[in-house]
Design a protein around this ligand. Structure first.
Ligand code: GLC
Length: 539
């Protein structure tokens, strides 16, 4: 029987199709290229691919500005190429979810074009118009570096239109039942094609109400619940993953009683992994796990270290944000909006120990881990590129000048390859790391494998374990007495001896190497090298 709860202990992998592999030699990644790399992803061990928007789009927000919801961007190939990809992925046991942008369209979408030209068009009411730009003044601006208002004037319409993101992304009007139905039909279209679900983009902002901050409104939840109900009836086993960059108590309602989203990103825990690591102190993690409410049994968090956006610092205090900027984005170019536009390896000084330690948290804290393409080989970034392009550069497959990304001259790539030492393809690439048993890529492969073999890491409850030293983040993941895993992370650059007496008489078996055993009665302390981590089964 099909496992309807497959996502509870799955490992996700986020793919930007343009960046992954170019199959037709035009310098841009496409579905043919991605299909040719599926065996790599199978060997990596991930379970589900998350495909960033692949729809026709003027690409002013890299495809999050959709001008046609039911086709494939010509850069990425044809609908047939997409179907071939999907079948090939499914044949290999991989699930595929795609981005679903509900909140807004591109201003090039025919609906918006019709709406702005003609006040009597049925499409006029697909968007949110006003003769003043002062409505909903309590709604924050998200892209603060570029946008000064959530309203933009449209000459053709003679009115202002509402947008939570770029002005080229007008918000849809969810008070209009036709909009609700259109988007449900989009959902149906892709599910009928066989995809396994959606990463639902920017869901807190669907409705607007005066006197509120226009986020997480009851009307928004009601619509999303109806969407979920539709999926449950016709497409059981397909999932909705919620992108709500909110505090845990505000994300909690998106799970409903197990009748809204299956999954939700845990945004606030992400910066706290970086905070804990830099401070050598687990307190930020203790604080946020304590503030995270339980979720229904059928639901799951998604944890991540980095993604295609800036490392957002919205879910921290202003003081913490300043500190994070100072520590992790010392140069102004590294900052964007309320975040940091850098990749994982450069953020962590390209220090293998710290990068592994961050991943140790990713794979063992509650939730299903999401890996951002390229982070599994320690790719670098380029802060000189615009917007978030610096973390969206071509995947580095091999050491050749074109990095194996495309057959065309690298000068024609959609974005330049990373060339800054030591992150260029001659050093950082898939082929080199696959053939090196001790490479970072092979460590990630082992982490993925161990995660999948141990149901407790997906299903288990979570509890902190007293470790003596605040620099040690030690916690238990467990499913009752049956399977208990002790995870120990040394957040500091100093060696630490962690007493094991609190565990009683136990045998601890290393999850990476079962020949490594500790008898707590004989060895009452665990010696942790700087930035070391251990994943241990309690027997
Ligand atoms: C989400 C996406 C981001 C995009 C925004 C607007 O936050 O992750 O990349 O710019 O939505 O669609």
């Amino acid at each position: 029987m099909e496992d309807l709860l497959w996502y509870k202990n799955a490992v996700f992998y986020e793919i930007y199709v343009r960046a992954f592999a170019d199959g037709n030699g035009d310098g841009k990644g496409d579905f043919a290229g991605l299909t040719s790399k599926l065996d790599y992803l199978v060997a990596l061990g991930v379970d589900c691919l998350w495909i960033m928007p692949m729809y026709p789009s003027p690409l002013l927000d890299d495809g999050y500005d959709i001008s046609d919801y039911t086709h494939i961007h010509p850069d990425y190939g044809s609908m047939q190429d997409f179907k071939t990809f999907l079948t090939a992925a499914h044949d290999r046991g991989l699930k595929v979810i795609v981005d679903l942008v509900l909140n807004h369209t591109s201003d090039q979408h025919p609906w918006f074009q019709a709406a702005r030209r003609d006040a009597k068009s049925p499409y006029r009411d697909y968007y949110v118009w006003s003769d003043t730009d002062r409505k909903y003044s309590e709604a924050r601006i998200i892209f603060v570096d570029i946008e000064k208002s959530n309203w933009s004037w449209d000459d053709a319409a003679g009115e202002y239109y509402w947008h939570r993101f770029y002005a080229s992304q007008p918000d849809l009007n969810y008070d209009n039942p036709s909009v609700q139905e259109e988007m449900r039909n989009v959902v149906k279209f892709w599910l009928d094609l066989g995809i396994d679900g959606f990463r639902a983009d920017a869901v807190p902002y669907l409705f607007e109400r005066e006197g509120t901050n226009c986020e997480n409104l009851p009307e928004t939840h009601a619509y999303l619940k109806r969407l979920r109900h539709f999926i449950d009836i016709y497409y059981p086993g397909r999932i909705l993953l919620c992108e709500a960059n909110q505090w845990p108590e505000d994300v909690r309602p998106y799970f409903g009683e197990g009748d809204e989203f299956h999954m939700g990103f845990h945004f606030p825990i992400m910066p706290r992994i970086f905070m804990a690591l830099r401070r050598g102190d687990r307190s930020p993690l203790v604080w946020i796990t304590g503030r995270t409410p339980p979720i229904p049994e059928s639901c799951q968090w998604c944890t991540f270290l980095r993604n295609h956006d800036e490392l957002t610092l919205e879910m921290v205090t202003p003081e913490e944000r300043q500190w994070m900027w100072q520590e992790y984005a010392p140069e102004p170019r590294m900052r964007l909006n309320l975040g940091i536009r850098r990749r994982l390896a450069p953020l962590l000084d390209n220090d293998r120990r710290k990068i592994e330690l961050a991943n140790s948290h990713l794979f063992t804290l509650p939730g299903s881990p999401v890996i951002y393409y390229g982070d599994e080989i320690g790719m670098g970034d380029n802060v000189w590129l615009r917007d978030r392009d610096g973390v969206r550069t071509p995947m580095q497959w091999e050491a050749s000048p074109g990095a194996g990304f495309s057959s065309v001259d690298p000068g024609q790539f959609y974005l330049p390859l990373i060339d800054a030492k030591p992150y260029g393809p001659e050093k950082v690439n898939v082929v080199g790391q696959l053939s090196d048993e001790g490479s970072f890529l092979n460590t990630i492969r082992r982490m993925i494998a161990v995660h999948k073999q141990n149901a407790a890491l997906g299903w288990g409850d979570f509890g902190w374990v007293e470790a003596g030293d605040p620099a040690v983040a030690a916690y238990c993941r467990g499913c009752g007495e049956g399977e208990r895993i002790l995870v120990v992370n040394n957040l500091s650059g100093k060696p630490i001896q962690m007493p094991l007496s609190g565990l009683g008489a136990r045998r601890l078996v290393d999850l990476f190497d079962s020949t490594l055993e500790i008898e707590t009665e004989k060895e009452p302390v665990l010696v942790l090298e700087p930035y070391a981590y251990r994943w241990l089964r309690l027997v």
